[in-house]
Design a protein around this ligand. Structure first.
Ligand SMILES: *Cc1c(COP(=O)(O)O)cnc(C)c1O
Length: 347
């Protein structure tokens, strides 16, 4: 099919990930992560973050988030998240399931961003035995609507977490886009700011499949390998989850891909300037553009074959992946312009 912007998951594999998969396919290797690719990928992450973190590879983001949160909590604990958080809205209860019942406590949050105040309000609302005890906070970076927490915001949240005895998890399904957006190092955005565990997304970054769960607080990683196995997330041919990370991290593609997606989102938003009734709903800070547009315009886009989601963020969402092409973006913008003009004539 022609290139679409419904999701960064519509894109294929980037050449660096594909090449590493081909190299990993050159012969036999030990199973279940006991292979040179898995060791090399974990070492690459330790070099990237500049610290002795514990690294695990799982198949997808739902598993990464759910298992990481389960590792932070007992079943009688609770996890504070934003109301728009993927863990709350798009994981079919997996965090509650894998933690044997840890409850998600949902905070109202503009742009999907939690604040220290919102965290404190929820964490201190109840201190009695009848309510699940707050134990962790999860933030999504970038948020579900494509906004990015600043380093100062993350540090302030982490400080509040420490004061309240809460652990801090980061859902980084598009972590690379946040790094490219802020121009900071992965270390600054995570352990140096006080993040205990990060889910680093590979799929949306240009791999076929796979996310890395990275524990900066290494004590929290105890028995995490067993947790992964029990959850059906231990790949027997682990080298094919690990090798693409080697390709992405050693070539720098992880950051290049993200920077390209972010630049495309900015360019696309600029192409919409002056189209009546059509405007971005949120600041464009990563690879997402959410559009407010008249219903007739969105209907018209669908008739012209464009695909997009409207259930996230309340507008039409367009995501720009590592391979987003300017001419397809231009075609979408041209269709939006024509449809918006038509909607005005009819109105
Ligand atoms: C895509 C995404 C995930 C992971 O989703 P899977 O489909 O389970 O891989 C997690 N969090 C956020 C914010 C996402 O956008």
């Amino acid at each position: 099919m022609d290139q679409q912007f419904a999701s960064d998951n519509y894109a294929g594999l980037c050449p660096e990930a594909w090449q590493a998969m081909a190299e990993a396919n050159a012969g036999h290797a030990p199973a279940y992560g006991d292979d040179p690719w898995t060791a090399r990928a974990a070492d690459r992450f330790r070099a990237l973050f500049g610290t002795e973190c514990e690294v695990f590879f799982v198949f997808n983001g739902t598993a990464a988030n759910a298992l990481a949160l389960a590792a932070l909590c007992q079943s009688y604990h609770s996890v504070i998240c934003a109301e728009a958080a993927h863990v709350e809205t798009d994981e079919c209860g997996a965090p509650e399931f894998f933690s044997n019942g840890s409850k998600l406590l949902v905070a109202p949050a503009s742009g999907g961003r939690l604040t220290p105040h919102a965290i404190r309000t929820l964490a201190t609302a109840r201190g009695d035995i009848h309510y699940p005890k707050p134990r962790a906070v999860t933030i999504t970076q970038p948020t579900e609507t494509g906004e990015v927490y600043s380093l100062a915001e993350i540090r302030a949240i982490a400080a509040e977490c420490r004061a309240l005895g809460l652990r801090l998890h980061m859902d980084g399904a598009r972590f690379a886009n946040a790094c490219a957006s802020l121009g900071c190092s992965p270390a600054e955005m995570t352990w140096q700011a006080g993040v205990d565990v990060l889910c680093f997304g590979g799929t949306k970054n240009g791999m076929a499949v796979g996310e890395a769960v990275i524990f900066f607080n290494r004590a929290l990683a105890e028995d995490f390998d067993y947790r992964c196995k029990q959850a059906g997330q231990l790949a027997s041919k682990m080298r094919f989850l690990a090798a693409p990370w080697v390709g992405m991290l050693e070539s720098g593609a992880w950051l290049r891909n993200a920077a390209h997606g972010n630049a495309c989102a900015r360019d696309f938003a600029a192409m919409l300037d002056g189209i009546p009734g059509v405007a971005p709903m949120f600041p464009v800070q990563s690879n997402a553009v959410f559009l407010q547009a008249p219903p007739a315009v969105l209907e018209g886009l669908k008739e012209r074959g464009w695909r997009f989601y409207t259930f996230i963020g309340g507008g039409a969402r367009f995501m720009f992946a590592w391979d987003a092409r300017p001419e397809r973006m231009r075609a979408l913008a041209d269709d939006l312009r024509a449809l918006a003009a038509g909607a005005i004539c009819q109105g």
